[in-house]
Design a protein around this ligand. Structure first.
Ligand SMILES: [Zn+2]
Length: 157
């Protein structure tokens, strides 16, 4: 079994908003659902299932990138104005675009799709119920050690 990423991404421009909502729903389900109060590790051992998982992550992350590229294009267009820094309307529009960017980036970083510390997308993940974010097992261990040494062990239970 192998995902043809090119085929899956072919109509991504049209479908990307759907993927974005999938990510949001995915996060809402996880945060409001069974994992909310406890640390949870998801390990996939089967190489085939790992490949399926990683391919699905790639598609969803690509969908986010498509949306974010559109926002960056809009930001570039705004910067073309000579009065970019002085024009209040342009500054309001720029802030709105920045907010839209983070509306995608924030749930993405909290999601199980990638580790917010190393940004790797092919790892088994641990849910941190304090931060309500997923980290790869390696980063979780490093951060747990670091926060414990700094006297904040509650940050990484
Ligand atoms: Zn990591």
């Amino acid at each position: 079994m192998n995902f043809d990423k090119a085929t899956l991404c072919k109509n991504l421009n049209i479908q990307s908003s759907i993927f974005f909502y999938i990510i949001q729903i995915w996060n809402i389900n996880l945060i409001d659902g069974i994992f909310v109060k406890k640390k949870h590790t998801i390990i996939i051992r089967s190489p085939i299932l790992r490949q399926v998982r990683n391919s699905l992550r790639d598609v969803l992350i690509s969908a986010c990138s498509v949306e974010q590229s559109k926002i960056h294009d809009e930001e570039d267009r705004l910067r073309e104005h000579d009065d970019y820094y002085e024009n209040e309307e342009i500054q309001i529009a720029a802030k709105k675009l920045n907010d839209q960017y983070w509306e995608i980036e924030r749930p993405l970083r909290a999601s199980i799709l990638l580790c917010p510390a190393c940004f790797k997308t092919d790892k088994d993940m641990i849910f941190n119920p304090v931060r309500k974010e997923w980290y790869c097992i390696e980063c979780y261990a490093k951060l747990k050690k670091g926060f414990t040494e700094e006297g904040q062990p509650e940050q990484f239970p």
